[in-house]
Design a protein around this ligand. Structure first.
Ligand SMILES: Cc1cc2nc3c(=O)[nH]c(=O)nc-3n(C[C@H](O)[C@H](O)[C@H](O)COP(=O)(O)OP(=O)(O)OC[C@H]3O[C@@H](n4cnc5c(N)ncnc54)[C@H](O)[C@@H]3O)c2cc1C
Length: 578
């Protein structure tokens, strides 16, 4: 595998040139100490850790995988030390609450740090990302004592987190879960049941693993309104944080998977494990959504990190590999063949990756910016507006970025030809590792349904309209204004058409949702590209923006046509016909 190159310069470009982080953060007391030198030092150090410590273990961890032996799960060679380095550097607490030892960095910044962690070694970062998500959930919903006990351990990396929702018969539809929570005489609960597919549910990287488990209390309402959330540590800590008795759960096995082989995915059996209720009974799904929303943006960034790696590898390969003659005019004299980077079709593959990756970096950091505003902006109206945008854009960030992640890693592999199919170069691993990002944290089809049903139809397209107004008010270079305008009109019209048509066709939202999410993503990336080309002094961004507007944005034409194609052709055959 070629070395990982942290995209620190582009991250700084997005922070300062595109989103004017200096002005943005100066208005937020929690962030006004993050001057440019401090931020550069953070981005540089993160990049070094990603490049020098994490990336070198990526291919070997894929080859070796995680191990299970009689309930004991061992992470691949080198992960323990690398995880300890992540913890020692404070990287698990970067977005944490400063009151409990976190560093409280802006999400717009930490989104870019996550990209480097995912890109350098997705398998290793999976042990960390659930911890960050668990901490966010505990911080938002647990009582003061629980926060004081658990958050410092999460932020310091001493303990890790896991999210235990899925059961064999209950994946998307969590209302079907059967794991039970029975009240104990000490006021806590006994958790009994089996969860499957639990990422980092068991491993040997740290001494304690804290599960956030969804279960049903006695007489809970049926379906998703009867789900409660419990904190279930592997070892029960005393108030002083020292570890006591082992709790009643264990890993029954780990899965053998297509990718992310170094990440241990366990079946977990809970047998009368002690669980501590988080939040109110039957409100567990809402609490868990705090974690899932964080994880959804983060998983989107997984798609970006791996796609960036594929671009780095394939652009470097395309400059070295010589095959055939490129069109007249660009040939290198006195050689038998030219570098494949000169072929128009290879350029298509490289530019598509670059356009979606740098567009995805800007977009994920834009969502981070909205998260920061929603939480910290001093003016209530600004917080409310940003919060609406976060709700609207989270499913887009998860699904659009990971769909593009697969497309781009495949293009990266294609640039390598047959050398991309064999394992030696490591590019096929990226395809396998990115694939899961379209499935977990809510399959991408479910993200699209969430977007259409809850975020668009529910308010009659009002939030989309507000975002479109914002976009129209942004200055973009003249060369893109007509195309931008046309794309915004098309998005606005198809949104209105969906809102008008859905009441008379209950199948329409599901039939149109994936295409609608893709239209949304393509228009938003166009906005990112037009703005980036506008603020950048170099031709680099202009080249890619021109390519995006000429070759990728037009995809929305066919998507809009498909949305307007309605649901009848999908629903006419009976289920038995398939
Ligand atoms: C490697 C790996 C790691 C994972 N890590 C975790 C973890 O840490 N914790 C955890 O709790 N879970 C985890 N999961 C589970 C993951 O989140 C689920 O697999 C995912 O949510 C989909 O659920 P399912 O597999 O049961 O598929 P199903 O829910 O059976 O869905 C199958 C297909 O049907 C579609 N579908 C389902 N319902 C609808 C609907 N109403 N409308 C339209 N389409 C629908 C889906 O989009 C999907 O394409 C992990 C899974 C894997 C493979």
């Amino acid at each position: 595998m070629l070395p990982y190159m942290p995209p620190g310069n582009d991250i700084e470009f997005v922070l300062y040139d595109l989103f004017d982080a200096e002005t943005e953060w100066a208005q937020i007391p929690a962030f006004d100490s993050f001057d440019r030198d401090t931020v550069r030092a953070i981005v540089t150090e993160c990049g070094k850790l990603a490049r020098d410590v994490m990336a070198p273990l990526s291919q070997s961890s894929d080859e070796e995988g995680a191990h299970w032996n009689d309930g004991v799960v061992t992470a691949p060679e080198g992960f323990k030390d690398a995880y300890a380095a992540l913890a020692a550097g404070g990287w698990l607490g970067v977005s944490g609450n400063p009151e409990f030892g976190g560093q409280g960095l802006p999400k717009m910044l930490t989104a870019s740090l996550e990209e480097m962690f995912w890109g350098a070694n997705t398998n290793l970062w999976l042990y960390a990302t659930l911890t960050v998500g668990a901490a966010i959930c505990v911080d938002a919903h647990a009582d003061e004592d629980t926060r004081r006990l658990y958050l410092p351990k999460f932020y310091s990396g001493e303990w890790t987190g896991a999210m235990a929702l899925t059961e064999a018969h209950a994946g998307t539809d969590l209302g079907l879960i059967r794991t039970r929570a029975t009240p104990r005489s000490d006021g806590h609960y006994s958790i009994t049941g089996t969860k499957i597919f639990i990422t980092s549910g068991e491993h040997d990287l740290v001494k304690n693993i804290v599960h956030l488990v969804l279960a049903k209390v006695p007489d809970a309402p049926a379906g998703s309104r009867g789900i409660s959330l419990f904190l279930v540590p592997k070892y029960i800590p005393g108030d002083d944080g020292l570890l006591g008795e082992r709790n009643g759960f264990e890993s029954a096995s780990i899965e053998h998977k297509m990718g992310i082989k170094g990440s241990a995915t366990s079946v977990i059996n809970y047998g009368d494990a002690i669980g501590y209720l988080i939040g109110e009974p039957n409100q567990g799904l809402a609490c868990m959504f705090t974690m899932m929303n964080y994880e959804r943006l983060s998983v989107g960034i997984q798609g970006l990190g791996l796609a960036e790696r594929a671009y780095q590898m394939s652009s470097s390969y395309a400059k070295e590999r010589v095959q055939g003659r490129v069109p007249e005019g660009s040939r290198v004299a006195n050689t038998d063949a030219d570098a494949i980077v000169g072929h128009p079709d290879v350029r298509r593959m490289l530019l598509t990756q670059r356009a979606y990756n740098e567009g995805g970096r800007a977009f994920s950091m834009y969502v981070g910016l909205q998260l920061d505003r929603a939480k910290y902006a001093p003016i209530e109206a600004v917080r409310e507006k940003a919060s609406g945008f976060v709700d609207l854009l989270t499913p887009v960030a998860k699904a659009f970025i990971t769909d593009r992640g697969l497309e781009c890693t495949l293009l990266g592999q294609q640039v390598f030809g047959g050398h991309g199919y064999i394992r030696e170069w490591g590019v096929e691993q990226l395809v396998r590792d990115v694939r899961i990002a379209q499935i977990y944290e809510g399959a991408n089809g479910i993200q699209a349904l969430d977007l259409v049903l809850r975020k668009v139809l529910r308010d009659g397209g009002a939030t989309v309209g507000e975002l479109i107004d914002d976009i129209r008010q942004t200055e973009v270079p003249e060369r893109y204004t007509a195309a931008m305008d046309e794309a915004l009109n098309a998005w606005q019209e198809v949104t209105r058409w969906l809102c008008d048509s859905a009441p008379s066709d209950s199948n329409l939202p599901g039939a149109a949702s994936v295409d609608y999410l893709d239209v949304t993503g393509h228009v938003l990336y166009a906005w990112m590209w037009a703005r980036m080309a506008g603020v950048s002094g170099s031709t680099d961004k202009r080249y890619v923006a021109d390519y995006y507007f000429a070759k990728l944005l037009p995809r929305y034409y066919s998507l809009v046509a498909s949305i307007r194609g309605g649901s009848a052709s999908l629903m006419e055959p009976s289920s038995d016909w398939f």
